[in-house]
Design a protein around this ligand. Structure first.
Ligand code: AMP
Length: 378
């Protein structure tokens, strides 16, 4: 007998914890396939809430809201890693929930995640766990300098991180972060960064999307290039490593594994228990995109074909672009092979992800050139 649960079919209601852009794109995919969607997010103007059939405007631990969500939905998923594990456990009393609380609890805490990766034999940058100022001396000896001090919880897009070159600087950063648990990481000379988005179902079947090459600006993803410009053997190793991580976590759902490439070797940077910004290219360039895959895996449907239909370059659009007269959409939309995705956020702030665009071209160099040009023009 197969382990697969009976599939949840179109017409059913799906729930999502979190109403950001990832939740919005999940909602659009699910509604496009004929599901109803209920979004739980405290923000009245949340990007996903705008698209949902029902927006429950409440906190993620609100017992009444969790009960309503669980009772109304055939299955619930999440779009952010900091979802309280207790809420996932509570929802699992009512309906199918993926990913599970145990996997999320590991990857939502950088210290747990790093320790778990090391315990399971996955290569990472040299690191040490720090929970007191007194521990910084030994930690720096382990990682060398320069190093990056990163808070264990609630850091994202380079926030809650400080580059430190001396013990004094590390102490100052640790104090600035309020003395909370941190990971100290040796600073790696990066050749490239790559990532793999995958889906793994209850039966352990795993489908992987093509490897993306990612460029960051100020700790925030700027551009993804697919296929990644790395040797086939390295791309294959990234995919197999990501598959092994998902398997060892017993993960069910869509997840992403981000890697550093240094000296031709892969190191895992971090794991995201959800679709990922570096997988937004799949929206226009793959047979199945990462959000449809999230719907499929949540509903116990067969996983979709992840084949790449065209080389593609994804460019993030940050709030900074709204300075000086705002983005020049006309210039962008003049190109027939550029696909624009905006997230419906009302306020543009520096560093805030407002949308992205995908540039498709059979010639990957031409796609990158046009993406770079449009990035400048916008
Ligand atoms: P993170 O939020 O930890 O993924 O960091 C954001 C970005 O900062 C990464 O994608 C890298 O570009 C850079 N970064 C983070 N950790 C390191 C490291 N140990 N060495 C070099 N660059 C790093």
């Amino acid at each position: 007998m197969s382990n697969r649960p009976l599939p949840i079919l179109p017409g059913a209601t799906l729930g999502i914890l979190g109403g950001g852009q990832l939740g919005r794109m999940f909602t659009l995919a699910a509604r496009g396939m004929g599901y109803k969607v209920m979004v739980l997010d405290p923000d009245a103007a949340s990007p996903a809430g705008q698209m949902a059939d029902i927006h429950l405007q409440a906190g993620y631990t609100d017992p009444g809201a969790l009960q309503r969500l669980g009772a109304a939905c055939a299955a619930v998923t999440t779009e952010f890693e900091n979802v309280p594990a207790a809420s996932l456990i509570e929802l699992a009393n009512y309906c199918r929930v993926s990913p599970g609380a145990a996997a999320v609890a590991i990857v939502q805490d950088r210290s747990h995640e790093k320790a778990w990766l090391a315990d399971n034999g996955f290569a990472t940058a040299p690191f040490a766990l720090v929970d007191s100022e007194a521990g910084l001396d030994a930690a720096l000896a382990a990682t060398g300098t320069p190093a990056l001090l990163k808070v264990s919880r609630f850091g994202y897009d380079g926030k809650g991180q400080a580059r430190v070159g001396t013990l004094e600087a590390a102490r100052a950063a640790f104090r600035e972060f309020g003395g909370q648990p941190c990971v100290l990481e040796g600073f790696v000379r990066l050749e490239r960064e790559v990532s793999v988005v995958l889906a793994r179902d209850d039966a352990g079947e795993c489908t992987l999307f093509p490897v993306a090459e990612n460029r960051h600006d100020n700790g925030i993803l700027d551009v993804s290039i697919v296929p990644a410009r790395v040797p086939d053997s390295l791309a294959q190793e990234a995919r197999e490593t990501a598959r092994a991580v998902a398997g060892k976590l017993g993960y069910v759902g869509v997840m992403a594994v981000e890697f550093f490439v240094a000296d031709g070797q892969l190191m895992i940077n971090e794991i995201a228990p959800r679709p990922h910004n570096s997988g937004h290219y799949t929206l226009d360039a793959c047979v199945t995109d990462q959000f449809e895959q999230q719907v499929r895996v949540l509903c116990g449907l067969p996983l979709g074909d992840t084949r790449l239909l065209s080389p593609v370059v994804m460019v993030n659009i940050l709030g900074d672009r709204w300075r000086d007269g705002g983005p020049h959409w006309d210039a962008l939309l003049a190109h027939p092979a550029i696909k624009l995705h905006l997230y419906g956020k009302e306020t543009a702030r520096a560093g805030r992800k407002m949308g992205h665009f995908n540039v498709l071209d059979a010639d990957p160099d031409r796609a990158l050139q046009l993406a770079e040009r449009m990035r400048g023009v916008l």
